[in-house]
Ligand binder design. Structure first.
Ligand code: 5GP
Ligand code: ZN
Length: 114
């Protein structure tokens, strides 16, 4: 997707604080962090959101969670706990339509979310 901001980050066309990159997945710090650790884990291929995921994406989605787990360890939040979030559509406030898994941690978070 030529016009997609996360595709551009994956292709290194716009800067981001990249913390992980492999054949399937790129992860980078959220530009507007909502917690001491706030990382976005995205597939390198364009998927519009969690509502587009099917069995065809099984390996990509598994890779996203594997990276999230590794980053939680390397950022020191695995033991204290963290939140993994996919926002889908207007009521959840999805603002970027390239699949991204939020990894949030480093502080206690409320439940239910506001
Ligand atoms: P959503 O609300 O769609 O689940 O989350 C989109 C996230 O992407 C937001 O937390 C927002 O701060 C982040 N974001 C939007 N544009 C950029 C950008 O250009 N760079 C980075 N690193 N994060 C971005
Ligand atoms: Zn994209």
């Amino acid at each position: 997707m030529s016009n997609c901001i996360f595709c551009k980050i994956v292709r290194d066309e716009i800067p981001a604080k990249i913390v992980h990159r492999d054949d399937r997945v790129t992860a980078f710090h959220d530009i507007n962090a909502q917690a001491p650790t706030h990382i976005l884990i995205v597939p390198n291929t364009h998927i519009r959101g969690a509502d587009e995921i099917s069995a065809a994406h099984a390996e990509t989605v598994a890779a996203m969670f594997t990276v999230a787990n590794a980053l939680a360890e390397s950022h020191g939040i695995a033991a204290s706990g963290y939140r993994l979030v996919f926002n889908v559509g207007p009521h959840a406030g999805q603002s970027v339509f390239h699949l991204h898994l939020h990894l949030l941690g480093g502080r206690r978070m409320a439940w239910p979310p506001g």
